[in-house]
Ligand binder design. Structure first.
Ligand code: NAI
Length: 308
């Protein structure tokens, strides 16, 4: 198994770190356009092998795609992150060019790779990667819902003063501050609806905090977050590599599911060795259906900016 992570910035390096610690591949290639950065971070990470006892070898590359040849899974994190006050949507112009050229280069050397797109605005970048590459849709997975759901579970756990491990919950829809849909109705504390433990107004606040979860961190840190994004991305990679069939909300191409077509948006999918293998159709309430349709409209408008 060989895995490539493109972009050795905060999210790419954290993703790589999570992947090598879990020994998901024999070799991990970390590639960045900035001279020496991927090589340096890979060497730094490899020096943890003697301390942490893992056997995956990280290899750095400054834009030499030949080193990525024959990758089974490729994660794309290259691109600008948000600064305080910015929306993910404002990144579209510059990141579209980067994601397009990276996808072309990757597929030249790894035509069978499963691609996990992280760069923002992620739903539009996933759509772009799929449209430009023309590879089977099940091989392109956008990472957003995995992170948003982790944030949702954390805010629920904080409110209830319990462990996030005991909370189940999902965020679907677009990966944007106003487009994501935390499914409060379906969230549970070990199978018991959380509404039994939290008052309605508090539950609404948890949902609102989740939606601006990324912006809250960007304001605090001065740039966007990396620990949870890296862990969420590695979780998806692990489900592919180990064929775990985990159900994870991911941005995938819809063809009538959830009432939408020709759009990549977050819905629960089964992740296994073939990429996303199956969409899980949740029975949404009328209000949730309306939120999904509204979210789709916003994502569609953003996709239109690709051709503007
Ligand atoms: P960063 O600035 O720390 O790292 C980005 C890296 O990409 C830099 O090292 C840069 O040199 C590299 N890069 C730029 N153009 C490149 C190219 N053509 N080829 C190879 N490498 C290139 O940014 P960070 O924080 O790692 O974020 C990366 C992206 O991930 C951003 O677009 C950010 O908004 C997005 N993101 C998405 C999340 C999600 O849930 N989908 C969560 C967090 C961040």
């Amino acid at each position: 198994m060989k895995i490539t992570v493109v972009g050795a910035g905060a999210v790419g390096a954290t993703t790589a770190d999570n992947i090598i610690r879990r020994e998901l591949a024999e070799e991990l290639v970390l590639l960045d356009i900035k001279e020496g950065v991927a090589e340096g971070k890979s060497l730094d990470m490899y020096q943890t092998a003697a301390l942490l006892n893992f056997n995956t070898k990280p290899v750095g590359s400054t834009n030499d795609y030949e080193k990525t040849k024959g990758s089974d899974v490729v994660v794309i994190t290259s691109g600008l992150p948000r600064k305080p006050g910015m929306t993910r949507e404002e990144l579209i112009g510059i990141n579209a060019g980067i994601v397009k050229s990276v996808t072309d280069n990757i597929l030249k050397y790894s035509p069978k790779a499963i691609i996990v797109v992280v760069s923002n605005p992620m739903d539009t970048m996933t759509y772009l990667a799929l449209r430009e590459s023309g590879i089977p849709k099940k091989r392109i997975i956008g990472m957003g819902g995995a992170l948003d759901s982790a944030r949702f579970k954390t805010y629920l756990a904080l409110e209830m003063n319990v462990s996030p491990n005991d909370i189940h919950g999902m965020v679907i829809g677009g990966h944007g501050d106003t487009t994501m849909i935390p499914l409060t109705r379906l969230a549970t504390y070990n199978g018991i609806p959380v509404s039994r433990f939290i008052a309605a107004d508090k539950l609404d606040k948890v949902a609102a905090d989740t939606m601006v979860g990324g912006a809250t961190l960007t304001k605090l840190i001065g740039t966007s977050a990396w620990y949870a994004p890296g862990a969420a991305t590695a979780m998806i990679v692990e489900s592919i590599v180990r064929n775990q069939k985990r159900i994870v909300p991911c941005s995938v191409m819809l063809n009538g599911e959830y009432g939408q077509k020709d759009i990549c948006m977050g819905v629960p999918v089964v992740i296994g060795k073939g990429g996303w293998e199956k969409i899980i159709n949740l029975r949404l309430s009328d209000a949730e259906k309306a939120s999904f349709a509204k979210s789709a409209e916003a994502v569609r408008n953003m996709n239109a900016a690709l051709d503007a």
